[in-house]
Write a protein that binds this ligand. Sequence first.
Ligand code: FES
Length: 134
Amino acid sequence: MDDIVAQLTEINKRLGYIPRAQVEQLARELKLPPAKVFGAATFYALFCTQPRGKHVVRFCEDAPCHVAGGRAVFDALRTALQIEPGQTSADGVWTFELTSCLGVCGVAPVMMVDDDVYGNVTPARVAEILASVT
Ligand code: FES
């Protein structure tokens, strides 16, 4: 399984997602059923099997972030991005995703843009954070 995950990680990093054709090719190389490789590709939250935008915004929806004002941040993100969780903007710039705890509850509410984590996010900071990455 480690071999599958390592190779899926490399594909996801290189292409931004894991296309079906890559799953089938990897399955042939590893002499495994495609369903086993596809299962790994869909099990881990950081893998994506659909094309994504240039930047991926992840918002933590777990309780500690929620009680620290996360709902208002979530609404600000929806307004700023003009898409719903699970969607990619029409211009291909943003993908918006929800995530479970990112392990930094002490600075809730928390969001990520690509590999960068932002804590103590307020609705007013959302536009500033998004502007800093474009
Ligand atoms: S609950 Fe949001 S980072 Fe832990």
